[in-house]
Design a protein around this ligand. Structure first.
Ligand code: ADP
Ligand code: MG
Length: 572
């Protein structure tokens, strides 16, 4: 009031005074509203001052400290270690025992955007199984029709033959729905199979080991293309599997279709893995020809980095617990610190630890009923919750509240929400920095002025700051003379299989005109020649149904078949 008195003494007009009073009243109202809003957002803050107590914060920070990877030197050590593991995988003497397998894929060139035609693809990723019809149109345009099918847990853990029969059933259902059942037409198929395989040809690959929760019996060491084809033939589906690709390779292919600087494919979904274009003279295990292009895509299977304890110095008790309760303990250590299948579970275990230390959800989980909630159930905190929680900005925490209600925490306090978000941020940031460090190794090794990385997977796609966190750490780890670009590859893992089929066909056509990609001397189906051989075998198989195909209305035949018909005349 003294201010007002002073104003009066200064003989300021009544109008000005009124304005001033209105302003004060307005400020008070806004202030009151803001306070009410804050209170609504923080309903129990005044009852729970303990979290704000510096000691508690310190205790929480102590628990989380081990998960921080802010120290760049730590990342550089991990990079050196990964590169050493890569060399072990690439060298024939050490490859059999190496963790990071560095499988040569026999894919030696990327699709260049000129491929056209209709190709079917199957994408078995770990969580999702999709059947796709990919229409490659002129000027790198792609049209896609796809359907997601569920792989029941009983099939994931059952007999291998049931898995492939299930895939064939889904394929048949999709083809019937899309009217892809023209008599006499044998449709080509690319198979994106995202598990570690020793590839023996473009359409031949033996499974090394299952990952990501699959344990189907009778598949390890078997040719998965043969198993798929047997299931397809058993059901008389007129489809020929022409190429098997890893999802990383599919992603690289799909991204290169639009951006020729693409040299790396990265997956951040159920699991994590990367592939890149490597110079042939660095691939000691290479047993194909050394003709141009002197390069081959290497499927790293980097998820297995750390299996030989190389990452022990950064692993926490939560990582160990996640590993021990998985279906493949001791395996895929890098993957278990990064990917979607495990991230939510790491967050859940940290929450349980904080509850145990009376630092989180104080007084909220005491009843015996509470222990039946998702919070206390393995896998009860999904990785999509991590994205959702981290999307909250400000003090409202509306997503976080919803998530916490979902896992059985009623009326979480402001502090509860803030702590849970803090945990999510630290766990996802660690994952992003580990993946970023891995990419930096590849980009520095490729050492070209511009390197694009094609990325696919729901973790990368939906997490609000995964990309930003990766880029931030990569800026310091990638050589200064290299510009890199992380490019989301929409449906890359599925489209890529179709592109590989198309590229193989284009290659076989080039082969006929003797322009490039000569066949390997032994004709045994290695390297680029191998792609052509496999494609040509496929053409020969196709030729058995040619007469029907010729007699059939040609307009209805998919484009690539017409292309084959024109090239079938001259033997390779
Ligand atoms: P796949 O690995 O089978 O090819 P995706 O790339 O779609 O399939 O990855 C699926 C995994 O991604 C899920 O298991 C889950 O862990 C994770 N995920 C799904 N939705 C989200 C999301 N919104 N945010 C973060 N991760 C997610
Ligand atoms: Mg996928």
């Amino acid at each position: 009031m003294s201010t007002i008195a002073t104003i009066l003494q200064d003989e300021i007009s009544t109008a000005t005074l009124q304005k001033g009073l209105y302003a004060i009243a307005a400020c008070t109202l806004i202030g009151a509203a803001a306070y009410a809003g804050y209170k609504a957002a923080e309903p129990e803050a005044k009852h729970l001052p303990s979290h704000r107590h510096p000691e508690s914060n310190e205790q929480i920070e102590k628990v989380l400290e081990l998960l921080r990877l802010d120290d760049e030197d730590k990342l550089r050590i991990i990079m050196q270690s990964l590169e050493r593991e890569m060399e072990l995988g690439l060298s024939p003497a050490t490859h059999p025992t190496a963790d990071v397998k560095m499988f040569a894929t026999y894919v030696r060139s990327t699709a260049d955007g000129s491929e056209t035609g209709q190709v079917l693809a199957l994408d078995l990723g770990g969580t999702n199984f999709r059947v796709l019809l990919v229409d490659l149109l002129p000027q790198s345009k792609v049209e896609l029709t796809s359907k997601i099918f569920v792989i029941p847990q009983s099939i994931m853990l059952g007999e291998g033959s049931y898995l492939f029969r299930h895939l064939a059933d889904c394929l048949m259902e999709f083809m019937n729905k899309e009217n892809l059942n023209k008599p006499g037409v044998r449709y080509p198929l690319g198979f994106t199979f995202s598990f570690p395989c020793k590839q023996e040809g473009l359409a031949s690959a033996r499974l090394s080991t299952w990952t990501k929760g699959f344990t189907c019996s009778g598949v390890v060491n078997e040719d998965v293309v043969k198993m798929l084809q047997a299931a397809i033939d058993e059901k008389n589906i007129n489809v020929q599997c022409v190429a098997l690709v890893n999802d990383t390779v599919g992603t690289l292919m799909a991204c290169a279709y639009k951006d020729p600087n693409t040299e790396i494919g990265l997956i951040l979904g159920t699991g994590t893995n990367a592939c890149y274009m490597e110079k042939l003279d660095r691939v000691g295990t290479w047993d194909g020809d050394y003709n141009d292009p002197k390069q081959v895509i290497i499927n790293m299977e980097w998820g297995a980095f750390g299996n030989n304890h190389r990452l022990n110095h950064i692993r926490t008790k939560y990582d160990e617990e996640v590993d021990l309760s998985s279906v493949n303990p001791g395996k895929q250590i890098f993957e278990k610190m990064i990917s979607g299948m495990y991230m939510g579970e790491i967050v859940r275990l940290i929450m349980l630890d904080l509850i145990h230390q009376n630092l989180l959800f104080i007084g909220k989980c005491n009843g015996s009923e509470d222990f039946k909630t998702p919070l206390f159930t393995r896998g009860g905190f999904y990785t999509k919750y991590v994205s959702s929680v981290e999307m909250d900005e400000g003090i409202g925490f509306s997503n976080t509240r919803r998530v916490l209600e979902d896992i059985g925490i009623r009326n979480p306090s402001y502090d509860d929400c803030a702590i849970v978000q803090h945990i999510c941020k630290i766990v996802s940031k660690r994952a992003a920095r580990l993946a970023g460090a891995g990419l930096a190794v590849l980009i520095n090794r490729i050492n070209k002025p511009n390197v694009t990385v094609g990325v696919d997977g729901s973790l990368y796609r939906y997490h609000p700051r995964f990309k930003r966190n990766m880029e931030k750490c990569m800026q310091n780890l990638v050589s200064k003379n290299i510009k890199f670009l992380l490019q989301l590859s929409n449906d890359g893992s599925g489209i890529g299989a179709a592109l590989t089929v198309a590229a193989a066909e284009a290659l076989s056509n080039q082969e006929k005109s003797k322009r490039s990609y000569p066949l390997s001397d032994d004709g045994s189906g290695k390297g680029a020649g191998l792609i052509a051989v496999v494609a040509s075998r496929y053409l020969q198989q196709l030729s058995q149904s040619t007469s029907t195909l010729h007699n059939h209305n040609n307009e209805k035949v998919p484009t690539q078949f017409q292309k084959h018909l024109s090239t079938l005349q001259s033997p390779m």
